[in-house]
Design a protein around this ligand. Structure first.
Ligand SMILES: O=C(O)CCC(=O)C(=O)O
Ligand SMILES: [Fe+2]
Length: 285
């Protein structure tokens, strides 16, 4: 079957069909997937019923797999995979339960953010009418940059944003979502606050990305706090304008990959502890 690409109706994302990850995948298919990620920022493949070994093998073809900071939720036999879940088994939380509360891009608190993140849907909550819950929403930061006024684009070039996982966690601790496990001192030491360019030129496509997000950006280098927060809020509102958003309705077996320079994402936490949501997640640099 031929690989086909179907862009979503939003300025981000495309479905790729004609790929079956339970069968050997040739290099040209991998290149087509990467090039679709350059073009659309996010891609998804439906109905991939594969084992963790096959998932890790596929992820490793896209780049280098990075272990997540939350060591307590890594899969035993496959530490490249971290579990995201609201499920509690025998009184123990089986995965990260609060990832994606805010619009964000993964790894912004790292000096070299990993380029791709990948999710494989294991269990998806549904409501009484059979509608899936816990959608993940995406926007394009390239579209966000391109739709800014030219003088704003110029003003932003050369600015650096302050990113902080530690401040994000302070914010998370006051939210009602998930169990909000605090960062350990060792995890804090591994992720000190740092600066990234507000307009980041994409390392593969060369496209300009608006690299400011609600989850981790808390200041602008050389700007007083009040003005910086005001600017960040304005830009965040622009990035996630409703007409820019693609909302992914999950089904078990979906594999979704996104580019962390050219997109942002957020989860719709419209499910409760009676529902089961479980994702396998990988970070690829
Ligand atoms: O659970 C999701 O759908 C996404 C959570 C998230 O932000 C992530 O995996 O990076
Ligand atoms: Fe995320």
């Amino acid at each position: 079957m031929e690989l086909q690409i179907y862009p979503t109706h939003a300025p981000v994302g495309a479905e790729i069909s004609g790929v079956n990850l339970s069968e050997p995948i040739d290099d040209s298919t991998i290149e087509k997937i990467k090039s679709a990620l350059d073009d659309f920022g996010m891609i998804y493949l439906r109905n991939q019923i594969i084992k963790p070994t096959q998932l890790v093998a596929f992820g490793g073809r896209l780049g280098q797999l990075e272990k997540h900071v939350f060591d307590q939720f890594l899969l035993h036999d496959h530490p490249e995979i971290v579990v995201l879940s609201n499920i509690i088994e025998n009184g123990i939380q089986i995965g990260v339960s609060d990832a994606g509360q805010f619009w964000h891009t993964d790894g912004a608190f790292n000096k070299n953010p990993h380029i791709y993140s990948m999710l494989h849907a294991q269990e998806i909550p549904v409501d009484a009418a059979g509608q899936s819950l816990g959608d993940t929403m995406f926007v394009s930061t390239v579209n966000a940059f391109n739709t800014l006024e030219t003088n704003t684009q110029h003003q932003l070039k050369g600015l650096n944003g302050l990113h902080s996982l530690i401040t994000q966690y302070k914010k998370k601790m006051t939210s009602k979502i998930g169990k909000n496990v605090p960062l350990t001192n060792e995890q804090k030491a591994r992720t000190p606050d740092l600066y990234h360019p507000v307009i980041w030129v994409h390392p593969r496509s060369g496209k300009e990305c608006l690299y400011i997000n609600e989850g981790t950006t808390f200041g602008i280098q050389g700007m007083d706090e009040k003005n910086a927060i005001e600017l960040i809020e304005q830009l965040c509102e622009h990035v996630r304008k409703p007409e820019f958003v693609y909302c992914h309705k999950w089904a078990v077996g979906d594999i979704l990959i996104w580019d962390n320079f050219s997109t942002q994402h957020k989860v719709n936490f419209n499910f409760s502890s009676e529902h089961r949501r479980k994702m396998y997640r990988m970070s690829i640099s």
